[in-house]
Design a protein around this ligand. Structure first.
Ligand code: DHB
Length: 391
């Protein structure tokens, strides 16, 4: 088949891209190897920057971010036995929305289906060829096991951290900048009312914990663990004990834990973000550790930059913005990498941390919360820098 833009991956980045291209009258095909049910039920991130919510507003009645999602005007940093509120609204006059990624995906899929988008589930991309030509092509296998060729004017890889498109751009699937962390997150979902009004990011002598939420009746919580932890090695009582011990001063409201898992994480930026007429967006281009909730938001920022470049290329034959795509996107990617690394290193306890490291870390946290400038940097980065690339 032929189309103008072939998009590999029906995640937030790929689906939003197809919507914004459609607004410009540019046709696309989106493929994803997963089923729709799988995409709509996988538990992922929970926080949308204000600018990301404004992007979803473009879906009109399909976006439930402002109705089902909940605006948060701050977070609490907790350390050394005390909580310190970071007042986003007061510091930067912005907020974030707690709206689970899979709910945003339901909205995006419903909106694209209603618009008649060619959106194919169960289709596995095998490789991309012709990046340096005017007709880059995706070679895929459809849900029935039949070969499918999508010939396009541009190919976009929004196919996640194990991207099939990435090697076409970088020359190898590993080309890039990496950082590993000596810990992971143990995440749970439980049936209970919220334990606090806002999210709590806690640095405790026992390690990090994040008390997040999903709704009035479902809560999401995480605690720092060894990456090799077997999720089934903890009883429910042990999980509560672990979580409670990491938020001294707060009493968590307990309830049945119905989902659990260990999330390993790392920092990664691909060496190249574009080659000829193939570009990477979202996790195929970069991965951030979850502390600070930048992943989905960064994917949306990439899309906005790329849409401007594709509009110039495909509607005006102007390649200049495309030539700037990698540089423009990289500036924000590295700011978000820094912020995610900083939040992670400031809040977690490294397994080999010395007493000096521990005291220095508390000094760092104090220099943030005791300073309006420190709090303002955190608020500005957390709620998101302005999006560039689209009016
Ligand atoms: C959630 C995840 C994050 O990484 C974060 O920083 C805040 C919230 C969440 O899943 O709720």
């Amino acid at each position: 088949v032929r189309t103008r833009v072939a998009i590999v991956g029906a995640g937030p980045a790929g689906l939003l891209l197809s919507h914004l291209l459609d607004e410009l009258g540019i046709e696309s095909i989106v493929i994803d190897q997963r089923t729709r049910e799988d995409i709509e039920s996988t538990i992922k991130a929970g926080i949308l920057e204000q600018g990301a919510v404004e992007m979803l507003d473009r879906l009109g009645e399909f976006s439930r971010a402002r109705t089902v999602g909940v605006r948060h005007d701050g977070i609490e940093l907790r350390f050394d036995g005390a909580g310190h509120r970071i007042d986003f609204a007061g510091l930067v006059d912005r907020g974030v929305w707690l709206y689970p990624q899979h709910e945003a995906l339901k909205d995006l899929i419903a909106a694209r289906m209603a618009a008649g988008q060619d959106l194919r589930f169960g289709v596995t991309a095998d490789r991309v060829e012709g990046a340096e030509t005017d007709r880059p092509t995706v070679y895929a296998t459809d849900a029935e096991g039949q070969p499918l060729e999508i010939e396009a004017e541009f190919v976009v890889g929004g196919d996640g951290s194990r991207s099939v498109v990435r090697p076409t751009v970088t020359g190898s699937s590993h080309g890039g900048y990496f950082r590993e962390y000596p810990f992971a997150w143990f995440g749970i979902l439980c049936e209970a009312p919220p334990s606090a009004e806002e999210l709590i990011y806690s640095n405790s002598p026992n390690g990090f914990a994040l008390i997040s939420q999903r709704s009035e009746t479902i809560q999401r919580m995480y605690f720092q663990c060894d990456p090799e932890t077997d999720p089934d090695s903890y009883s429910e009582a042990q999980l509560w004990e672990e979580l409670q011990s990491r938020v001294p001063g707060t009493t968590l409201t307990e309830g049945p834990i119905f989902q659990r898992g260990v999330l390993r994480f790392r920092s990664f930026v691909a060496q190249e973000l574009r080659r000829g007429r193939v570009a990477l967006i979202g996790d195929s281009a970069h991965t951030v550790p979850p502390t600070g909730a930048k992943g989905m938001n960064l994917a949306i920022a990439d899309v906005i930059v790329l849409v401007g470049a594709l509009r110039a290329l495909l509607l005006e034959g102007d390649e200049r913005l495309l030539d700037e795509y990698a540089e423009t996107a990289s500036a924000r990617i590295w700011k978000a990498q820094h912020f995610s690394w900083w939040m992670t290193s400031m809040l977690h306890v490294a397994p080999d941390a010395s007493d000096f490291d521990r005291h220095r870390q508390l000094g760092e946290l104090r220099s943030v919360v005791d300073s309006e400038n420190g709090r303002r940097y955190l608020a500005e980065a957390y709620t998101g820098w302005p999006f560039e690339g689209l009016d």
